[in-house]
Design a protein around this ligand. Structure first.
Ligand SMILES: Nc1ncnc2c1ncn2[C@@H]1O[C@H](COP(=O)(O)OP(=O)(O)OP(=O)(O)O)[C@@H](O)[C@H]1O
Ligand SMILES: [Mg+2]
Length: 225
């Protein structure tokens, strides 16, 4: 379902060009549970942003469900992202003045889902992440782990096939980290495709496949049990 063919991302910084990623060639099938590891600056976020249609590659081909998305305009990419991908950021990126409920509802507003269906789905998602009793809290009125769980609920709002998470537990204590991992394992059991970046080898040990990046290239790619 995800196929990268010689994907690279370069940044022009005045006189120098930074080769942030690639060339990377990679296939990830539906339902895989993948951890991406690598040192700081190795291109993990760059790759996730391209996979999640948040950014476009400089070169190469990206097929998402057989659709070549590498040449899509930003508007078209945003539409694909809204339909297919749920993204969890390290820094949560929740809207500070919106409640937990409203934050989870937002992607469905963009997708023009009816009010009734939105209400049903938000309630269901808050239940899944165990935060039904925090619906009216704003992000500042939640713990770090709770905020991250709201971010996961929001990522699930449009029932995406693919969930991407960049350091989803980076800001969390070990107990909250374990709760997020639990959620991921449930989603994996439900057949979702999960790809997450982490520095935490223990967290990575729960994934079925490990991809290690080094200097923007795939250094290792293997499955584990
Ligand atoms: N917008 C940008 N402009 C220029 N260079 C960038 C930009 N974004 C990232 N880079 C460079 O590209 C390289 C890869 O960055 P990236 O953010 O993908 O690393 P990372 O593996 O996610 O690191 P970390 O573990 O620190 O988050 C780095 O050398 C970085 O300095
Ligand atoms: Mg990063």
């Amino acid at each position: 379902m995800i196929s990268l063919n010689n994907i690279s991302k370069k940044y022009n910084m005045g006189h120098v060009t930074v080769n942030a990623l690639g060339p990377v060639t990679l296939t990830i099938h539906k339902g895989e549970f993948v951890a991406v590891l690598g040192p700081s600056g190795s291109g993990k976020s760059t790759m996730m942003n391209i996979l999640g249609c948040l950014d476009r590659p400089s070169l190469g081909e990206y097929l998402l469900d057989n659709t070549p998305v590498h040449g899509f305009s930003r508007t078209k990419l945003a539409r694909v992202r809204n339909m297919k991908v749920g993204f969890v950021f390290q820094s949560f990126n929740l809207l500070p003045f919106a409640t937990a409920y409203e934050n989870v509802e937002l992607p469905m507003l963009y997708a023009k889902i009816s009010g009734k269906e939105r209400e049903h789905t938000v309630k269901h998602l808050l239940e899944i992440v165990g935060l039904s009793d925090r619906a009216s809290h704003r992000p500042a009125e939640l713990s770090g782990g709770e905020r991250q769980r709201i971010a996961v609920a929001r990522a699930l709002a449009n029932n995406p096939d693919i969930i991407l998470a960049d350091e989803p537990t980076g800001n969390l204590d070990s107990k909250s980290g374990a709760e997020i991992l639990n959620l991921f394992e449930q989603l994996h059991a439900d057949g979702k495709t999960l790809i997450f970046v982490t520095h935490d080898e223990n967290l990575a040990s729960h994934a079925k496949r490990i991809i290690r990046l080094l200097d923007g290239k795939i250094n290792q790619d293997y499955t584990q049990n």
